[in-house]
Structure formats: C-alpha cells, structure tokens
Design a protein. Structure first.
Length: 281
C-alpha cells in the first residue's frame, strides 16, 4: 500500500522523507525527533493517517509513548519536555482519528481509552494543562465527524463525566473543547437520549452548565458561552429536559445579562439564546 502515490503535490524526495520519519518512530533513539517533525508536517501530508496506521509497529510505538508517562501522572511529576513529547504523539493520533479511512479502525482498537488517564488529571501546571488540552483535541477530532458510531463508542466510556469535570475546573481553552465535545454528543440523537434517559444524567450535565454560566458572567468568554448556549438549546429538544429547564435555567439567561453581553457581537449565539427562551416559554 502506498497512500502517497496519488499526491501530486509531494515530490519523491518528500515522500521518502515522510516514510523515513515514520520508520524512525519504531526506533527508540530516533523517535523523539521523528515525533516532532511529523507533528509539524501532519497538516501538509493528506494521507499521513493511513501511512501511520498501516506501517508496522507505528501505532504500538505511539501508544508506548502514552503509556510510558502514566507513572508521572500521580503524584504529578510531568515536566514540560515530557509533556511536549507525548503531545506530539497525541497530535499524530489526532491525525489518525480525523481521517475517514482510519477513524473506524482507531475506534475499534479502543485507542481513545488510552487518553482517559490524562483527562482524569487535576494538576494545574502547564505540562498537565497542555496534556489535557491535546488529549481533548483527539476526542474533539472524532466528534467533529458527525458519526453516530463515534458517539455510540464514547457513550460506552466515561467521556461525559471526564468532560464535565474539565468544563467546571479546567483552563478556558480546555473548558471550551470539553464543552464542544459534550455539545456534539448532545447534537446526536443517541447522545441526547442517553443524557436525558435519567434524572441523574440530566442534572449532572445541567448543573455543570449552570455553574459555567455563573463563571462566564464574572469572567466573560464569548466562545465558551456559545457552546454552553448550544448545549442548553439542544437539551430543550427533549420534552422531559425542556420541562426541567423551565425551573432550573440560570437567571442570567432570563434577566438579559447574557443578551446584553452578546448584543451586536455574535448574531448566531444571540439567535440561539432567543430561541431557547422562546422554547421554554
């Protein structure tokens, strides 16, 4: 198999350089440099994902990079250079997760589960923040595909509780990506039905969203607010959730605090908020 053979933008020398870097991933003394170079080039090589997936030993090498830092998670001992290295490996896995030809293979191998220990960390140091954000990026790449198989897989795992904790306590960018993941899960009928199937699940999600609204009022973030409002609007599509939201919708939605914040800045989010208030009567 030669996934680069139809890429007319790549010269033969460039192709060979990519193949060599992929081979270098399986050699411990060359891996760190190969991880760095491939992570830089990943957006310029359209078929890097199948090259990585079908090259002997490559995915095992990437997973070994992930597993090797588990002992540094608790107690937290992760240093910047170690975080950067594993995040380069995660960037290549994100490439595999987002490619149409490898996404299902990636899911069937349950590779996202290797990232969950990273999402479960709570240290506020930069190496850990970067690790969580990059791990969320891999999951975010999966949910961007609007594939029900992805949602079905994620619902069988602990991704929602992990995202909820980051939504509440993470840095702003991590909160934004975690909220986007929950939003994409909700936008799939499987996800909406799952979250609204029990009162406990609904209130776990709605309570975190409510606390996020209060945080946004004191520390405004338009990008984060956009995802929060979209989550509420989607929850309101479920009849039971809509009834519950009529009594537990955060006050800033109703007292024009958020309308005034969004005014003349984001017409789409303003429209979503107006629609939400209309739906809830």
């Amino acid at each position: 198999m030669n996934p680069l053979k139809h890429d007319t933008n790549s010269t033969e020398a460039e192709k060979q350089a990519i193949y060599q870097l992929v081979l270098d991933l399986t050699q411990a003394d060359k891996r760190e440099a190969a991880l760095l170079e491939l992570s830089k080039k990943r957006e310029h090589v359209p078929d890097l994902a199948p090259i990585l997936w079908y090259s002997f030993g490559t995915i095992a090498a990437l997973i070994s990079e992930i597993v090797s830092i588990y002992p540094l998670l608790s107690p937290p001992k992760l240093k910047a250079n170690q975080s950067n290295r594993v995040c380069n490996a995660l960037a290549l896995l994100q490439c595999v997760a987002s490619h149409r030809d490898t996404r299902t293979l990636f899911l069937n191998a349950h590779i996202p589960l290797f990232l969950y220990p990273f999402l479960n960390t709570v240290s506020k140091t930069r190496p850990f923040e970067f690790l969580r954000l990059t791990s969320l990026g891999v999951i975010g790449a999966l949910v961007k595909m609007d594939d029900s198989d992805v949602i079905n897989f994620l619902l069988s795992t602990e991704i929602i509780p992990l995202c909820l904790r980051i939504m509440e306590t993470g840095a702003e960018l991590a909160k934004t990506v975690a909220t986007f993941i929950v939003q994409k899960i909700l936008l799939d009928d499987l996800g909406l039905n799952y979250i609204c199937a029990t009162a406990e699940r609904f209130y776990a999600v709605s309570s975190v969203l409510s606390r996020m609204v209060q945080q946004i009022v004191s520390r405004p973030s338009q990008r984060l607010l956009k995802h929060v409002i979209r989550c509420y609007l989607r929850l309101a599509d479920n009849p039971r959730a809509r009834e519950a939201l009529r009594t537990c919708l955060p006050e800033p939605f109703r007292d024009h605090t958020l309308i005034n914040f969004l005014k003349d800045q984001d017409p789409t989010t303003t429209r979503w908020l107006t629609q939400l208030l209309h739906d809830l009567g």
